[in-house]
Write a protein that binds this ligand. Structure first.
Ligand code: CP
Length: 311
């Protein structure tokens, strides 16, 4: 495995997280350094994406590199039965870095075992989404001025939501308090609650999305109930509309509260929240470009912090 791969947020240390945030900040100020000249990056998306794929590809383009890949696996030879192992080995012949999203948990880890090319996990099933976590941390740091001692409320699909799983793990270094708001069918899995226990992280579980929980929060992290993860669509129909954030619900919120959502949303945030200054999800997605520029450079072993003025 190439040690520059990013498979799980748990693979990187507190210092590495803070270093990536510093680099993301650098790229927000200097987004157009041509430091990937001659580098080719593959984006292999076996599941749909808008933000992750397009922001990774924009990141490479703005840094002067080239992108190959597919956004629809049915156009690749995996539709003819080619294995993931063979696909990764082939693509490794052509590129310097692989960014991959796959519907199977563990697919990115497996990819790192069959190639020496660095791999960035762009989401593997319900497991992990570490680049999303880096843009979430960057967003939290920008809006709160710190990552330390924050109260973060996660709402919605906490069972299948890979973004909340990754974020929970990353916050282990920053003394968070979590509120988990979910129906019984979509509660935070036991392994993540055990992770909290192991690391001394405080958490409280709720089925009601109450004013008291909103009033206590610094970050309100809304999530979509993911239709694509349900084998029984009747189960999805039962739980899909249980939690919706409406603008009036934010009247009790602290001034510093910001609403985050990895997007796409369906109807878990009312459109009338969009104009509230506490709504931060579109800026959050924009931060993804800078966080991913930082991640790409780290994976390729490129030090960026001495480049100021070279645009
Ligand atoms: N947040 C996120 O992963 O969005 P996409 O599915 O559009 O990439």
């Amino acid at each position: 495995m190439n040690s520059n791969s990013l498979v799980s947020i748990n693979d990187i240390s507190r210092d590495e997280i803070l270093d990536l945030i510093e680099r993301a900040r650098f790229f927000e100020e200097h987004p157009n350094h041509k430091i990937l000249d001659g580098k080719v990056v593959a984006t292999l998306f076996f599941e749909p994406s808008t933000r992750t794929r397009l922001s990774f590809e924009t990141a490479v383009n703005r840094l002067g590199g080239r992108v190959i890949g597919f956004s629809d696996a049915s156009t690749s030879s995996s539709s003819k039965g080619e294995s993931l192992k063979d696909t990764i080995m082939m693509v490794s012949n052509y590129v310097d870095l692989i960014v991959m999203r796959h519907y199977l948990e563990g697919a990115a880890r497996y990819a790192t075992e069959v190639t020496d090319t660095p791999v960035i996990n762009a989401g593997d099933g319900a497991n992990q989404h570490p680049s999303q976590t880096m843009l979430d941390l960057y967003s939290i740091s920008k809006t709160q001025g710190t990552l330390n001692d924050l109260t973060i409320t996660m709402v919605g699909d906490l069972k299948y939501g890979r973004t909340v799983h990754s974020l929970l793990m990353a916050m282990q270094y920053f003394n968070p308090t979590f509120h988990f708001v979910a129906c019984p069918e979509l509660q935070m899995p036991k392994e993540y609650k055990e992770f909290c226990d192991l690391h001394g992280i405080k958490y409280y579980e709720h089925t009601e999305f109450s004013p008291e929980v909103i009033a206590a929060s610094d970050i309100l992290y809304m999530t979509r109930v993911q239709r694509e993860r349900f084998s029984d669509l009747m189960e999805y129909e039962k739980v899909k509309n249980l939690y919706t954030l409406r603008n009036s619900m934010l009247d009790v919120a602290k001034d510093n509260l910001r609403v985050l959502h990895p997007l796409p949303r369906v109807n878990e945030i009312d459109r009338d929240v969009d104009d509230n200054p506490k709504a931060y999800y579109f800026e959050q997605a924009r931060n993804g470009l800078f966080a991913r520029q930082a991640i790409i450079c780290k994976a390729l072993g490129i030090d960026v912090l001495n480049l100021k003025g070279d645009e």
